[in-house]
Every structure is written in structure tokens, then in C-alpha cells.
Design a protein around this ligand. Structure first.
Ligand SMILES: [Zn+2]
Length: 442
């Protein structure tokens, strides 16, 4: 198969059984690179640190305490060093684009930086340095809980009112309008963190200028969040959002974990993406997304690595299927029919949903899509003798360390597992961690 690209790395032609003359050969099985639809890059620095039992009942809410401790110490250069290492790990694992749900806006005491885009710039620059495409989603965060609860002091780095938030978004959009590998959207943090009035204000403010911008929100991650939302509004979170916001294909509902049958059907019909982060949801004890029911209703899914306890699309997809198997005591629940490959169904679904959630021309080897490609090593023992969908099943379900070469926009960013700046980026990350960790436990 011969791919012809334009100067911007967009695929113009796909020709099967074409002459190889003059072409660059990609040695292995080539699949589209996976968009990662949910990342908080700074949280990579605390992966593995929250695995000791807390006092009393340990839960998401005790994990959040550690996260706030990290937020309290991060300087701009730390944010940059952590993001660069993380984005490099993403490329090596087969992610070629990332949606960064970015809520660190201000300095450690909550004072705005001289440049309001200071920390956004650090994250976007890290992505461009490493070579991963990015959809940057500045987070709107204003309240400390349902019912207009005031924010706490440890949330001060996240806070903006509608006007200041829209200025931040407009500035980032103007700066990156021409870049083929950067998109700008927005992320109202959750129904806990914005009021209905503020959500309205920001959606209206965005509307005229950016009618296609991606909109991501955390929605129903925890049972307590559902109960608090019911107490506040009488409705469950997904139902509330569908009733009060213009949810359509621009939207990604991250952690739509807790939905009843009616919400599942309605969200599938809205053509919004359900953003699933199976390893983080397992790590935090969130619950299990009703994937079989949602996919059967025509729902759109994508995957994200969120808190980055794992950085591997194959691991997310495997755990997504295994969660269904363990609760239903059956196998291959997410394949789309007898004899069909579960790996191919999940990989294809996550490509399409991920590209939609990021608002980027990605997720397929087809004219008009960016040439974001992953070359699987068909010499890896676990892939030997396999072809077609069996390669995806082996990558996802047989623990094959199969990613060899990765291209973003037609440019090889990982060659045989290596990145040109890999050593320098890892060294900076190690220095950052050695400086930060003693301050976290202090
Ligand atoms: Zn998140």
C-alpha cells in the first residue's frame, strides 16, 4: 500500500498494490496512531505514589489530597519537564495525539502569571518538542462543589471567571490558528466546578468565534458525584447535562461511568464521545462503564490515559473489555458479532471516537487524514505468523510489546523504539522528580 502525503503531512492518496519505487518503506504492519482523549500531564509525576492505604476508607477523595499536594509545588519548568517525558512515553506506546485537559493556570499562591498562557504554553511547547499532536483544553474551574460552593484555597491555581477564561481561550486560538498539529478547545471541569450560568456564558462566548471547538467535561466518575448531583438538581449528571447543554458531536463526556439505561441510550443518540480511561478508573475505584450497552446503542467511545498510571493504548482497551468480562462472566463482549475480532472492534472504535473528541483529522489511513502511523514489529515473537485483525488481538490481548516506529504527520518521531531527544528528556524528568518528591512527603 502506497501513501502519498502533501507537504503538511496529510494523506492525499492511498493506493493498494502500487509500485514501491521512490517510496520510503515502513517495515512492519502499519495501523493508524491512537488519539489519547484525556490527559492531565502533571499527574504523571504522582503515578505510583498513591498506592499505600490511607487512613479510614481510602477512595478517590483521598487520592485527590495527594494530587492537591503536587499542585501546590509545581513550577512552570516542572510542568514542562513532566509533560515532555509523558508525551514521549505516549509516542513510544502508539499514541500520536493527545487532548490535554489543562487546569493549572496560575502561580502556586493563585496569582495569575504575567502571561496568562504561561502554563498552557509550557504544555503545548512540550508536545511540539516531542512531536505529538495536541488538542489543548483550558479548564474552566470556578466553584468548589455542587450548589455554588465556594472554591477552597488549594484550588486557587485552577480558578477563572467567564471573562478571563474566554480571553485565555481567544489568545490561545489566535496564536495556534495556523498550526497543523495544535487545536484549542475548552473543558468546563465538571458540574461540581461550574454553575449553570457560567457554563451558559462560556458556551455562548465561544459560540460565534469557535463553532467547531471541542468541549470536554468530567461527568459521572464517582457514585458520590451522582448522589451530590441528585441532591442538588434532582437529576443524575449525564441526564442533567443532556437536558441543559447543547450536547452534540463537539462534546466529550469523560468518565461517563455511572449512567442508567436511559442516560446510556440518550448519550449514544447525542453523537457525543464517551471518554473512557479504564486504567485510571480502575486505579481510583470509580466503577465500570456500561460499554456493551453503550456500543450496542450506537455510542461513540475513545480512550485516555488520564492520571497516567498506565501509558499504553493496548492496556486501556484490554482493561475495557476485561471489566465487562469480569462483571458479566462471559468473553468477547465488545466484538461486533460472532467470529469478529474484539481487538479490531475496540481499536477502530477508539480511533474514530478519539479523532472526533480531539477535533483533528486523524484516526484513519485515508485521504484527508494526517499521516499519524504506528508500525507494529511483525518480527516480535508474539506477532509471528499473524496477519490482519489477529495482529491487533495479539497487541492488545497477548501483551505484545509491538510498537516499533511512530510517525506524526508523516515524520518519524520514534524509530525502532528511540526518540532523538529521549535521553535529554528523561534526564530532565529525573532531576525534576528528585527535587519534587521530598517536598511532597514533607
Ligand atoms: Zn480527568
Amino acid at each position: 500500500v502506497r501513501l502519498t502525503l502533501d507537504e503538511g503531512g496529510i494523506i492525499r492518496e492511498v493506493a493498494a498494490a502500487a509500485s514501491p519505487e521512490g517510496a520510503t518503506r515502513l517495515a512492519g504492519a502499519v495501523v493508524p496512531g491512537m488519539p489519547n482523549l484525556h490527559s492531565h500531564s502533571f499527574q504523571r509525576a504522582m503515578a505510583g505514589l498513591a498506592e499505600r492505604a490511607g487512613p479510614g476508607e481510602d477512595s478517590f477523595w483521598t487520592w485527590r489530597e495527594l494530587m492537591y499536594g503536587l499542585v501546590a509545588v509545581l513550577a512552570p519548568e516542572d510542568v514542562a519537564a513532566i509533560a515532555a517525558q509523558l508525551f514521549l512515553e505516549m509516542l513510544r506506546a502508539g499514541y500520536t495525539a493527545v487532548a490535554e485537559f489543562h487546569y493549572l493556570h496560575h502561580d502556586r499562591d493563585g496569582t495569575p502569571y504575567a502571561a496568562p498562557t504561561e502554563l498552557s504554553d509550557r504544555v503545548i511547547d512540550a508536545a511540539r518538542r516531542v512531536g505529538i499532536a495536541i488538542t489543548h483544553l483550558p479548564v474552566l474551574y470556578a466553584r468548589g462543589g455542587f450548589g455554588d460552593a465556594p472554591p477552597g484555597p488549594r484550588q486557587s491555581r485552577f480558578l477563572n471567571d467567564g471573562e478571563r477564561f474566554l480571553r485565555l481561550v481567544a489568545e490561545l486560538r489566535a496564536r495556534w490558528r495556523e498550526a497543523p498539529d495544535v487545536a484549542i478547545g475548552i473543558a468546563p471541569h465538571s458540574l461540581r466546578a461550574v454553575t449553570p450560568e457560567l457554563l451558559d456564558e462560556v458556551l455562548r462566548g465561544l459560540g460565534a468565534d469557535a463553532p467547531e471547538a471541542p468541549i470536554h467535561i468530567h461527568i459521572a466518575e464517582q457514585q458520590k458525584e451522582v448522589e451530590d448531583c441528585l441532591a442538588w438538581s434532582g437529576a443524575r449528571p449525564v441526564a442533567w447535562l443532556l437536558d441543559h447543554a447543547p450536547v452534540d458531536r463537539r462534546w466529550c463526556l469523560v468518565h461517563a461511568t455511572h449512567m442508567d439505561a436511559d442516560e446510556t441510550r440518550r448519550l449514544a443518540g447525542a453523537a457525543a464521545v464517551a471518554g473512557l480511561c479504564p486504567t485510571t478508573e480502575a486505579n481510583l475505584g470509580d466503577g465500570i462503564f456500561p460499554a456493551e450497552r453503550f456500543l450496542n446503542a450506537g455510542g461513540i467511545i475513545g480512550i485516555g490515559s488520564d492520571s497516567h498510571v498506565a501509558v499504553d493504548p493496548a492496556e486501556e482497551l484490554r482493561l475495557l473489555e476485561y471489566g465487562q468480562r469480569l462483571t458479566r462472566q462471559r468473553r468477547n463482549l465488545l466484538a461486533d458479532g460472532p467470529g469478529r475480532s474484539t481487538g479490531a472492534r475496540l481499536y477502530g472504535a477508539a480511533l474514530a471516537g478519539g479523532a472526533a473528541a480531539l477535533g483533528q483529522p486523524a484516526g484513519a489511513i485515508a485521504p484527508g487524514c494526517r499521516a499519524d502511523l504506528v508500525v507494529l514489529d511483525t518480527e516480535a515473537p508474539s506477532l509471528a505468523g499473524k496477519a490482519g485483525d489477529a495482529l491487533l488481538d495479539a497487541w492488545i490481548f497477548a501483551g505484545a510489546r509491538a510498537v516499533r516506529t511512530v510517525l506524526v504527520g508523516g515524520r518519524a518521531v520514534i524509530r525502532d523504539g528511540h526518540h532523538a531527544e529521549g535521553e535529554a528528556i528523561a534526564a530532565a524528568f529525573r532531576r525534576t522528580m528528585r527535587r519534587l518528591l521530598p517536598r511532597l512527603s514533607a
